[in-house]
Design a protein around this ligand. Sequence first.
Ligand code: FES
Length: 107
Amino acid sequence: MPKVTFINPDESRIELDIPVGTSLMRAATAHGIDGIVGDCGGGLTCATCHVLVEDGYLDKMPAVQANEDQMLDFTAMGRSPCSRLSCQLVVTEDMDGLTVRIADPQL
Ligand code: FES
């Protein structure tokens, strides 16, 4: 099962084994990671699941679709080149070792 590490705003790290086919947002909220809110449940209407993908993994992520691209402009933290909405990042085997930084703030 792919391992994904979430870095909290206080720099603490949480490593999760996430089943292929599960979004990072679902995995994070199911494990009580507070920094990922996921208010809309993955419907691309809240932008409270914002993460920053660490170096070396951006090219392994699915392409940003138009709706996600639009919502990234509404993140509370502001957008960076490595910003993604974690509800749109569905885990694949290729993502094993992925590290994402949790955006702060989310609201
Ligand atoms: Fe709302 Fe990702 S959970 S946009």
